[in-house]
Write a protein that binds this ligand. Sequence first.
Ligand code: BES
Ligand code: MN
Ligand code: ZN
Length: 494
Amino acid sequence: MNVQVKIGDFRTEETDAIVVGIFEGGESPSGTFQAVDEAMGGAVQTLLDLGDFKGELKQTSILYTKGAIASPRLALAGLGKLEDFDLESARQAAGKIAQQLLDLGVKSLAIPLPSEASPDAIQATVESSTLAVYQFNQHKTEDLDELKELESITFLVENEASKSVAEKAATLGETIANGTTLARDLSNQPPNHLTPILLAEKAQAVAEATGLKCEIFDQEQLKEKGFRTLLGVSQGSQEEPRFIILEHVPEGEEKDTVVFVGKGVTFDSGGLSLKSGSGMMDMKHDMSGAAAVLGAMQVIGHLKPDLHVVGLIAATENLPSATAQRPGDVVKSYGGKTIEILNTDAEGRLILADALGYAANYNPKAVIDLATLTGAVITALGHFACGMLGTDEDLMEKIKAAAKKTHERVWQLPLWDDYDEGLKSKVADVKNIGDGTAGTIAGAAFLKKFAEDYPWVHLDIAGTAWDVKGSSYIPTGATGYGVRLLVQLVQDWG
Ligand code: BES
Ligand code: MN
Ligand code: ZN
């Protein structure tokens, strides 16, 4: 998507569609509504008077201008009630109209910016309209000429001052949308096209393009360094595992370190504790935590915040074979704790045990892991919020504040010590499943044992990483959940 800002007038701008946001009842904070209505000879007011368009959130209407202005279409986007308006309304409205115009085959659109449009709203508009028209067509070979693409968005402003403000906001929105698109592309990628090695190569390419530091541990190095839980999950597969380290090092003296950790299971069959056929159908997405971390690190590489940010990704397949890990095996984690593996399908927490152990080496102020860890989180929260659990209330408050801004909702679940009881093993320090109750909390209670040295929060994104319905800027498939949230958290750190 090409996004630009220019000084111009909606009456003379030649584009496929001029898009104007309208509040319920035709209320408008600026003169935009009056100007548009006037240029259209009162046609917009007529729509409102007839009740055909009320300006309700996500309501749309397209008028054909027939020469009244230079562009052939005037697209009205309902913004809802003025008093209810927030950034999420802007996203939903912009996403909806972008999707609808895409369906019509529109390639370019222009939005006249009201003088009081906030930078946040401009950024949100760029993000949501880009994300709304996202498609994953990489593996299609037929009817390619029928594929539609929205190619450009132009913001029209009145003067140089508003131009430079809008440009900054639009560029930020573009950068963040690109990071989210990267996460979606990775998560949507079929598992034979995204092995752990290919994921590591992608991370390396992102690092080179953005100036991040990147280090990859291959199988031999993982053995030397003692990443035994990661190797254990990987041992049933022909594909080698990888551990990926991305790092943004700010200029100047010592800065706080924040570590993001992503679960990167490029395909989860369950291993010997094999999933059902339908149960493994979506399991190419089981690296969505890793995708979110990589997407966020790409954005951070561009933004270069004044914070030391580290992205860690444990990447592996989970497959059954003669060499696969068995239920009953005991494995020692990177940090030294032993784990009795009673269900090989609880593999995410195993690879995270090593990754969380490794994170301690950075002496971090915060560690946040993102993982498609449990089906149980979908039972608890559906697809509207991720499960958040952790050991540090302040960090969770920070995450809640960021989530409120980006509308990537988080919902805190308890992590009382009482839940540790179910994880006791007869033969090892801990077992990798609980007592069958509170599955999401049991998963987090397991992780907590490997994250004792720093403030830590776990985000169980199994429900929010794909299959989300009802949002205008989240099409089917991978959502890219977490990229905007992590970036917001970094931006607001200080
Ligand atoms: N990747 C799955 C979690 C998952 C399941 C995500 C369904 C999205 C949809 C994870 O590795 C897993 O299999 N978890 C098990 C844990 C259980 C064996 C304790 C689960 O949720 O059933
Ligand atoms: Mn599993
Ligand atoms: Zn899994």
